[in-house]
Design a protein around this ligand. Sequence first.
Ligand SMILES: Nc1ncnc2c1ncn2[C@@H]1O[C@H](COP(=O)(O)OP(=O)(O)OP(=O)(O)O)[C@@H](O)[C@H]1O
Length: 539
Amino acid sequence: MLVESGAVLFVPWLGGLIIGGLFTQDDVSIGLLAGGLIGLLFLQSSLQILQRRVLQRTVERLTAGLRIGIYDHLQRLPLPWLEDQRRGELLSLMTREVDVLSEFVTGSLLGIVPQLIVLTGSLALMLTIDPILTIPIVLGVPAFYIFMKIFGRNIRPLAGQIRDAYATWVSLADENLSILPVIKAYTRETIEAQRIKTSVLRHRDLQERMIAYQSLLGPIVNFIAAASVVLILWLAGGKVAEGEMGAGELVSFLLYAGLLTRPVARFADLWGQFQHARGALRHMTIVLAMSPEARQGDPLPKEVKGNLCFESIRFRYAGRPELLRDVSFEITAGQTVAILGRNGAGKSTLVDLLLRFRTPDEGTIRLDGRDISTVELSAYRQTIALVPQRVALIDGTISDNIRLGLPDATRDQVEHAAREAEAWAFISELREGLDTKIGEAGIRLSGGQRQRVALARALLKKPAILVLDEPTAMFDPESEARFVETARKALAGSTVILITHRPASLALADRVLNLRGGKIDEDRMAPRIGTARASLEEQ
Ligand SMILES: Nc1ncnc2c1ncn2[C@@H]1O[C@H](COP(=O)(O)OP(=O)(O)OP(=O)(O)O)[C@@H](O)[C@H]1O
């Protein structure tokens, strides 16, 4: 770009010499100069080709790098922050805003220095030809920038509004696509189509306003440039007639004035693009400056026993009354403890605290006596397997899904885990068994089947601590009874936290804790559970 800008500055000079040569009728030097000029133009075009290729590649690399970097950062951010964000906004950050920014960097920002060379070079050479003629041009350029700045004031807020409008419509479309059955069942298609239309049209209208602003700029700049050339011709024409200026010099001067329009027009666009990119950059900076979860900490010993201790835990969600007031309990390694509580009592929140998805406002959770907040995060989470209420499966085969937490597991281990989770019966009936594709690219599983796959995934990991949030909620009574029987063997040795209201599953528990009013009590039902276990064992 720098070399090309230098080459560009020679063209008017040579052009002027050729015209000057025409007047002196010197054929040899004109031929030489014309040859030189063609060579220079050829060099300029070749450099432009090279420049485009290099820039295009840089755009692609920058875009891909930013996307990878932002995604990687996003998934390391704390869950509560991620839950507060709109999905569309995060998607737009990785797609549209990355494009805006990388196009600005390679399309405009990198061009600044070469364009400045052309600008100052042209002005300097014009000054050497005729300082008086150059003065109005030198004065005109700052006036032009003040005009651009005023113009930019309208563009900046608009760029932010466009970003928001885009994120809104993408969020809406994303949400609607994921709840299509509800939309169809409640025949909301027309209403939803209208909502999408309104938000898409709002984005379109804002975009049109932006284009209107930007398209005004180009022609205004061109008009100013053309009018200036006419003015110069008029002023300089007299000087040539009076012999104060040669024809060649006039041509060079005009060509330099023409050259000036290139950087000036680029800088005019630059302002709008800069405002646009600034919006994207600000959003990106806010997200990238967010601190990820603290991952560093003490390593865990190889053998984790699974003794858990919640000490005086207090917790509230922002803007809500205190949910956990003084939660204290201990679980000895290998015990299965059921946690009961009404809807909204805070059971899932306790699990979130255990997994370090959230941090208690006060109190400490200990694993084998260590404060979990001081332990290295990945190693800590690897000791826990969670079967959440809402099972999330990935697009892939059943086997991929079960292997999620233990990618190197053998086929036998996967099958064994599937049997323990009462999943083998339905898997073996599928034509491709464990290799059956599920998710968007494959078959849909029923709620109960999904839950069993998730359970197999957790059992395969053989974690020190297993958290089961309503693991049998979608099981029929027979499968539940079988699960309870096999699970007792499968879970032996693991510390199990079981959140359930189902009496049959409760039979798995050694102890029952009741979460009520933000506190934990040991439940009086416990002896009855012992009886239920005994009767199950008899059966
Ligand atoms: N991210 C959140 N922000 C604000 N409040 C929340 C959040 N998540 C949960 N809550 C609130 O905290 C309370 C406890 O929720 P939690 O999911 O822990 O209850 P739960 O005992 O697991 O309920 P359930 O038996 O229905 O699953 C509820 O009142 C819920 O509205």
